[in-house]
Design a protein around this ligand. Sequence first.
Ligand code: CUA
Length: 189
Amino acid sequence: MSATSPDPHRAEDIAVASERRWAIIVAVIIGLLIGMMIITGVHWAAMPPSRVETVDVRTLHIKGEFIESNLGTTLEGDGRVLVRLVGQQYSFEPQCIVVPAKMPVTFRATAADAIHGFIVGKTNANTMLIPGFVSTFTTTFPEVGEQLMPCHEYCGTGHEAMWAHVQVIPQQEFLSRVGKEKRLSCVRR
Ligand code: CUA
């Protein structure tokens, strides 16, 4: 056998070694992917979801933050504008919400019976209301005017009739009114 003739055993050894090498690389990649899935899965499961705040639905109307006399818009001691509201089949309380323009407004809302939700006109104010949980977000209304606030989660036969109004008023007018009335809404009494 000359030195240049192919050695069948050696060629086969090379092929087997190469296949084994690739099998190991693929096994390592699969192992890494499975490891990543396990680690991220356990990590997510171990973290609480962001901002879970609960409220007792059974006593919602009787005591605590969401009793009727506490709903509406207030100016908190720290200067925050806070709107509290409740969604229930088939209305929002209060039915008409007053907010200032060009000031951050924080909403705190919950549902009394079924899952509801709302959006405010063409703004980015948009949330779900889930019984037992407090939904909260902060937004700023850039323009003065009246906006419609429909329920956007199907909540029963009266769903399409469930909506409120949001009156965006100038900042100065809001501040002078909130000084006198403490808790604002535009519901006509
Ligand atoms: Cu409430 Cu739809």
